[in-house]
Design a protein around this ligand. Structure first.
Ligand code: AHR
Length: 466
């Protein structure tokens, strides 16, 4: 039973974001490859741009990730582009692609940019200079160095990345980070009061400081924080069996509840009515055990090595579907989401250098959610956890997103109180749980239309009720 009166909240369009980091072949060979046959005059891969638009990505976070924590943004602007060692990914960074290229790519792709500043090796000065470069009108040092007259007007900014992690260049305690983020955020809002700031939350729910980190950081940054980040990846090899893997979204659900409760406890202590948004700005499946070559700090540094180029399966698509449903079910507090990442690195889209680009299995649930998931989320109460589902009401009707985790066909009795609606379209993604798409077979796993409202075994479903 779905009741239009039981509203969870309005979906923020920024929920359907993604992430492009200077990591592996995400930038070089992913969104940018000037020698590719489909390249635009700016060197952007046209085939990737078409898929990004088809996927419905609303926002992209850039330039990292771990990369940003040792990034000197000045290297990536202007005529001189020094080649540097990137310590995060043991790579050679030529800096031919930087802030202006990214913001141009974002405009061409029709997505909102979300920029991160380096709070690992740098701080207030570099952040305020970058913001002046990007958003200030002409007439001052950094704004005058920008290649275009008009400011870019970037609204969303991340204050660093995963500062609690020992893998981060410039790892910090919650107090060290909280103080630096508070002062950096203060200066940035003095440069441009219209921006929104995301402070760094825990890197995942198993961090020893999960919970207390959020409490301390929000306590110290309360005046300037608009959102707090939450990151989470699920590795199929870390679960006992596929049934447990298909339930991993329950961890995200608990994480969101914990961070919301912590943020609201800080608000209570401060007698504040402010409600901090949750920015789930890195989430995905990640085959770290099966495909471990994303780590390592020895051997020669290479330019754009193939890192984390995981091949996503039907099981991964079902998990991504459950994670999307979980984000939607928290639409009252989760305002930003970034599927990490976009191209080649933990990717919904893959490419080969000079060759084709193709959709992975996980592309499809994201594209469906980004297309039909706008409007008001309605509460859906489920009996048991064999089915994960949520409903979104828009001007034309209601869309139900559902994952059938079980190995059997499951009927879905859909009654929408007070509205005369019937199922007029039912899209399904299913198949062998291990099946995937490849360059040779790019459409092996692809959605199909079915009649009726039964959920096939182990399937992702989109039901349009009009
Ligand atoms: O998305 C890959 C990496 O995962 C990011 O750089 C980092 O923030 C996270 O640990």
């Amino acid at each position: 039973m779905i009741d239009p009166a039981f509203k969870v909240g309005e979906v923020d369009d920024r929920l359907f974001g993604s992430f492009v980091e200077h990591m592996g072949r995400a930038v070089y060979g992913g969104i940018y490859e000037p020698t590719h046959p489909s390249a635009t005059a700016d060197g952007f891969r046209g085939d990737v741009l078409a898929l990004v638009r088809e996927m419905g990505v609303s926002l992209v976070r850039y330039p990292g990730g771990n990369f940003v924590s040792a990034y000197d943004w000045e290297d990536g602007v202007g005529p001189e582009r020094p080649t540097r060692l990137d310590l995060a990914w043991h790579s050679i960074e030529p800096n031919t692609f930087g802030t202006d290229e990214f913001l141009r790519w974002a405009a061409v792709a029709g997505i909102e940019p979300l920029l991160a500043v380096n709070l690992g090796t740098r701080g207030i000065d570099a952040a305020r200079a970058l913001l002046e470069y990007v958003n200030a009108p002409r007439g001052t040092k950094w704004a005058d160095m920008r290649p275009r007259d008009e400011p870019y007007g970037v609204k969303l900014w991340c204050l660093g990345n995963e500062m609690d992690g020992p893998w981060q260049v410039g790892q910090k305690t919650a107090v060290e980070y909280g103080r630096l983020a508070a002062e950096t955020g203060k200066a940035m809002k003095w440069v441009d009061p219209s921006i929104e700031l995301c402070v760094v939350g825990s890197s995942n729910s198993s961090m020893p400081t999960f919970g207390s980190w959020e409490d301390t950081v929000l306590d110290l940054t309360w005046e300037i924080a608009d959102h707090i980040s939450l990151h989470t990846y699920y590795d199929p090899a870390k679960f006992e069996d596929v049934d447990a893997y298909l339930r991993c979204s329950q961890d995200l659900d608990r994480m969101i509840d914990t961070v919301v409760a912590t943020a609201d406890a800080v608000a209570g202590r401060k007698r504040s009515r402010k409600r901090i948004g949750i920015s789930v700005d890195e989430w995905n499946v990640w085959h770290q055990t099966a495909n471990p070559h994303h780590v390592g700090h020895d051997g020669p540094f290479k330019h754009a090595p193939a890192l984390a180029e995981d091949e996503h399966t039907v099981a991964d698509a079902l998990v991504v579907g459950c994670l999307l449903i979980t984000l939607l079910r928290h639409a009252d507090r989760v305002r930003i989401g970034c599927l990490a990442q976009l191209v080649n690195v933990i990717p919904p889209i893959r490419t080969s250098n000079g060759g084709p680009a193709w959709r992975q299995t996980t592309f499809h649930p994201f594209a469906h959610a980004a297309r039909f998931g706008h409007g008001t989320v309605l509460r859906v109460e489920l009996a048991g956890d064999e089915v994960e589902a949520t409903a979104v009401r828009d001007g034309d009707g209601v869309t139900v997103f559902a994952v059938n985790r079980s190995a059997g066909t499951t009927p879905l009795d859909l009654v929408v109180r007070d509205l005369d609606l019937t199922v007029t379209e039912h899209l399904v993604l299913d198949g062998e749980l291990g099946a995937s798409n490849t360059a040779e077979h790019p459409d092996r796993v692809t959605p199909r239309r079915v009649a009726g409202a039964e959920l096939p075994p182990r399937s992702w479903n989109v039901l349009r009720l009009t």
